[in-house]
Design a protein around this ligand. Sequence first.
Ligand SMILES: [Fe+2]
Ligand SMILES: [Fe+2]
Length: 310
Amino acid sequence: MYIDSTRHLQLDRESRGTRYYRNAVERHWDPFDIDLDRDREALVAHLREVDDPEQHFDGMKMGVARFGAGEQAVTEDLAPLAVALDDIDDQMFVTTQLYEEAKHTDHFDRYWREVVHPVEEELGLEQSSPTDPKWFNEPYHDLFERNEEAMYALLDDPTPEDFARAYCHYHLVVEGILAQTGYYGMQQSYGKDTYTELPYLPGLYEGFTLIRQDEGRHVGFGMGKLKELVHEEAVDPGLLDETVNELLPLVNGIAANPEDQYVEDVGISPEELQRFAAEKHVQRMEQIKDAAQDVPDLDSLTELEGVGDD
Ligand SMILES: [Fe+2]
Ligand SMILES: [Fe+2]
């Protein structure tokens, strides 16, 4: 236990950490409150209509499997940051992030149990598994292994460069570019009034909306930290470019890969997703490096970015 007597009160209410922590508490949600009945019905009706239901279903299952495994990976790999940070306000925030990543994992696990399996049963299809290696490709494994390494480097007397690399991998690339591109693709594909060839899945859509609110805080925290490191001249901004540029081909290999076995020829195109990922990248880097630009405020970080509200 450590008592910081230079502080008159325990928390700094103006700090990013404690503000984001409060925002997380106020916006709390429970994955089990999401109604999944309509998703089951919509999927059964849709898959009964199409020529090759199995192949059609696989496209959606690949997205859900990758999100589920990704949320699990970030749940498992965040703890080193909590060990490395020593400011109570930062700690307050990281507790919420860890809990939220666990909730996201919970949501995707539930979706497979309560939507995918019952639909398969209803249609007489073989029962599938979200952990089947067939859903994951090389860039996926590679990116998450590198993320884990960058996070675990924080456990051993971390330098400002170690922190910068960790935030670049985890908050900027995995959460800020890969996940946001993935939500965009899934919400475009399974939202209302988008692609008539695909079913509208309101529970999946709602889950993504709630997860994105949480992720807005996560990305904002990482960007805020990177901005501090750059503007206090603790790290060279070139390190950020180098780290992110190395990882971007992996993002495209996951989120926008036309060679992927289960990518459907309906819905959003890989080219559009690549464009979206590149835009996110440029926007994030500008916000971090340009001293005149702030990290977006909480309302805009947590609002629906790039997707029409339903
Ligand atoms: Fe998450
Ligand atoms: Fe996150």
